[in-house]
Design a protein around this ligand. Structure first.
Ligand code: UFG
Length: 331
């Protein structure tokens, strides 16, 4: 089976490419390097021991998208390409809506035209908005607090409507919790441009001495130690969930939603302490005010993915902290 991976040079996409190849799938990566580097492709090739087909493409370009489908004999699509910074989306909503919605429409239209029926879409736990009840289950109400989140929720709605109108279409929406960690080779991992927004890349830059200390956004939340609690998931576990989702779409029509998380919440201080212990590096930090838009706690009920995809997260927080540092110190 030949799988198109949009955004396949990115942090999550590069790990999915590796896992798909490990399972014998043929992979085509389409990416415009808007938040990734061409060197990642060589690293993926090194890990899998062969050259993966690559196309530099912007999926908001309909002509280019159709051309790729025309020439490539694609059997299924994993659609990850998109802008993904919450804060930036509040400053640049037009770019976020255009990029994230138009690319999905172009891909869905190309799939219809070229009779490609299987799609796995990269969604986010952000679509649960401010959780009223925990753990989060797929059927719970959705809402968003920022344009990035709305693009994920709108794409979910668009794909739901398309799958209703096209009963042979098979779609899986994967709601990711907080991916951290890196491939055990240390070759691929998360390497954002500029000052990181997310916790783990910030911690690794403090560990490297590039940034002086971590700012912990609030210690007055109603959590066990007052800091925010999230469901951190190893990116390799997350990537394996996509392989299971591809197997699922091959054999099921219609649309299904799955949480990809561990079901366990860790606080910011848990992460800092575990990172320090596993890697033997002190992470200096200061407590600052809460970050706008943050929720106290967010973690998944991943039982639906276990029952229907046969997927569970197997890596520990120690694995996540060790692998994040192993990548960061070499890159
Ligand atoms: N945090 C800090 N200091 C930092 C960065 C983060 O204390 O420098 C804290 C946050 O306040 C939060 C936790 O670390 O409590 C995790 O923050 P991240 O920014 O790493 O992750 P978020 O949970 O805020 O957001 C992530 C993704 C979003 C996605 C969301 C879904 O980055 O894309 O999960 O729940 F929408």
């Amino acid at each position: 089976m030949k799988i198109l991976l949009t955004g396949g040079a990115g942090y999550i996409g590069s790990h999915i490419a590796v896992e798909l190849c490990n399972q014998g799938y043929e992979v085509i990566i389409g990416d415009n390097f808007s938040n990734s580097k061409p060197e990642v492709l060589n690293k993926i090739n090194t890990i899998v021991g062969k050259e993966i087909e690559f196309h530099e493409i912007d999926f908001t370009n309909k002509e280019a998208t159709f051309e790729l489908f025309e020439k490539s004999n694609i059997d299924a699509v994993i659609h990850l390409a998109g802008l993904k910074a919450v804060g930036e989306s509040c400053i640049m909503p037009i770019e976020y809506y255009r990029n994230n919605i138009v690319s999905t429409l172009n891909i869905a239209e190309a799939m219809k035209k070229y009779d490609v029926r299987n799609l796995v879409f990269s969604s986010s736990a952000t679509v649960y908005g401010v959780p009223k009840e925990l753990p989060l289950k797929e059927g719970m109400p959705t809402s968003c607090t920022n344009p990035y989140g709305w693009t994920k929720l709108m794409n979910e709605q668009i794909l739901t409507d398309i799958s209703k109108a096209n009963p042979s279409f098979s779609v899986v929406l994967l709601r990711y919790f907080n991916p951290i960690g890196a491939h055990e080779s240390g070759l691929i991992g998360e390497d954002p441009n500029g000052i990181p927004n997310n916790l783990m890349p910030y911690i690794t830059r403090v560990a490297k001495g590039v940034l002086p200390e971590l700012n912990i956004f609030g210690n007055d939340y109603p959590t066990k130690d007052g800091t925010g609690v999230r469901d951190y998931i190893h990116v390799v576990d997350l990537a394996k969930g996509h392989v299971d989702a591809i197997k699922f779409v091959e054999t099921h029509a219609g649309i299904e939603i799955f949480n990809l998380g561990t079901g366990v919440g860790y606080s910011v201080l848990d992460i800092v302490k575990t990172f320090s212990k596993v890697n033997n590096i002190e992470i200096p930090y200061q407590i600052v005010g809460r970050r706008d838009g943050d929720v106290a706690e967010c973690y998944a009920d991943p039982s639906k993915a276990k029952e229907e995809l046969g997927w569970i997260a197997t890596k520990s927080l120690e694995d996540m902290c060790r692998d994040s540092w192993n990548f960061a110190k070499n890159n």
